[in-house]
Design a protein around this ligand. Structure first.
Ligand code: T4K
Length: 365
């Protein structure tokens, strides 16, 4: 039997991609904001229902560069229950991460604990819509306004989601999406920043392309974080199929829920109101279940099934963050509790319902 991995990249029909990249052979134009890049950007703007969007080489650089573009200094309040990228982006901008605990139901920043972490050094809040669970955007906005803080959402998991009928990329000062191969929607590698302020967009554009304004003019100290034409072409193809991919994922999630909902000791992701989901991940919390999370993980491995401990360890327990005052998993007990008990089960559009049954049989046996 084939191994089942935690996810599998969606592939558009090969002919479609070949058709798309044939133009690249004809034109010899491969990168530097070519026609595919621009077409993809317009398509995304429409699909995501955002005001402004720019494309970057990946989700991480989108986050790192938007923080840089904001020219922030001081402390950034963030969650440790995330992929390494979120915290790294803060630190690589010479900013200090201040770790806030998470909400036990949504696993996103606990807004009850957020305000007490604001100091006169705080410059921004960087929450994560983890697993596609929407943060408490209203309360985060209220606190940010009260203290004059920027809000940058790591929406790497929340592509295409809406909250109260509004594209999720429209909340905060900026939101980043990841289009990595493992995501609900991908462009092989890729990412984007959605933002409200045109001026921020101009600075970001400089940062991603060496600050070049013309053949003889370099106006800013930029780097290179451009999306190439092959990635943009993949994004264009995948975007044509995104709705049916999400619909297929929904069926997989419904099957998991049917099998696992109500089982003693197993907690599933809470259903949020006013939210249109993308079914990015299927996290399961094993608390007082007859087997521990690690036992389930190993048992699944023995059957050729690779579930993942997203997100364990917490980023505030990484060796490289030891010296930060708020580091230490014990300081964020809810996040620590969940990180020790969570397993994200395999989920992708082509995962068959029979395979979901097999995974659930192994877990429940
Ligand atoms: N913020 C958050 C909250 C994030 O989760 C991420 C990325 C970022 C920011 C940064 O965005 P990017 O710079 O990556 O655009 C994966 C992804 O590499 C990473 O993008 C993602 N988060 C993270 C949660 O998961 P790994 O180390 O678990 O990936 P890997 O190589 O073990 O792949 C997982 C499974 O995916 C494989 O078992 C099989 C499947 N797969 C993988 C690849 C590479 C495919 O089917 N096709 C592929 O090409 O990090």
């Amino acid at each position: 039997m084939d191994r089942i991995l935690v996810t599998r990249s969606s592939m558009p029909p090969m002919d479609e991609y070949i058709n798309e990249i044939k133009e690249l052979w004809d034109s010899h134009w491969l990168t530097n904001m070519g026609p595919k890049h621009n077409e993809f950007r317009h398509m995304l703007k429409e699909y995501l229902g955002v005001e402004h969007i720019d494309l970057l080489v990946n989700g991480h650089m989108a986050l790192e560069m938007v923080l840089q573009a904001m020219n922030l200094q001081g402390e950034v309040i963030t969650t440790p229950f995330t992929f390494a990228s979120t915290t790294h982006a803060i630190v690589r901008n010479n900013l200090v991460p201040v770790f806030c605990d998470i909400d036990p139901v949504t696993y996103t920043l606990d807004v009850e604990k957020l305000e007490s972490l604001v100091t006169d050094r705080t410059c921004a809040i960087l929450p994560v819509h983890v697993y596609g669970n929407i943060c408490n955007v209203e309360e985060i906005e209220r606190i940010a306004r009260k203290y004059g803080l920027k809000v940058i959402y790591d929406a790497a998991h929340a592509f295409g989601e809406t909250y109260k009928g509004k594209g999720i990329g429209r909340y905060g000062d900026a939101s980043i999406f990841s289009f990595h191969a493992t995501k609900v929607f991908h462009s092989i590698e890729g990412g984007s920043v959605c933002f409200q302020d045109r001026e921020l967009g101009r600075v970001l554009w400089d940062l991603k392309n060496f600050g070049i304004h013309g053949e003889e003019e370099v106006a800013a100290v930029g780097a290179n974080a451009k999306m190439n034409e092959f990635c943009a072409a993949m994004g264009i193809c995948n975007l044509r199929h995104i709705d049916s991919e999400i619909a297929k994922r929904k069926k997989v999630v419904e099957k998991y829920r049917e099998r696992l909902e109500g089982v003693e000791g197993i907690r599933l992701n809470a259903v949020q109101e006013d939210t249109e989901l993308n079914y990015a991940y299927f996290p399961v919390i094993f608390e007082d279940y007859k087997y521990t999370r690690n036992e389930v993980y190993i048992r699944l491995q023995q059957h050729g099934i690779s579930a993942r401990k997203y997100f364990f360890p917490l980023t505030n327990s990484f060796e490289c963050y030891r010296s930060y005052p708020t580091a230490g998993a014990e300081k964020t007990p809810v996040a620590q509790y969940l990180a020790l008990r969570v397993l994200t089960l395999p989920l992708y559009a082509d995962l068959s319902l029979e395979e979901v049954d097999r995974i659930c049989d192994i877990i429940l046996k």
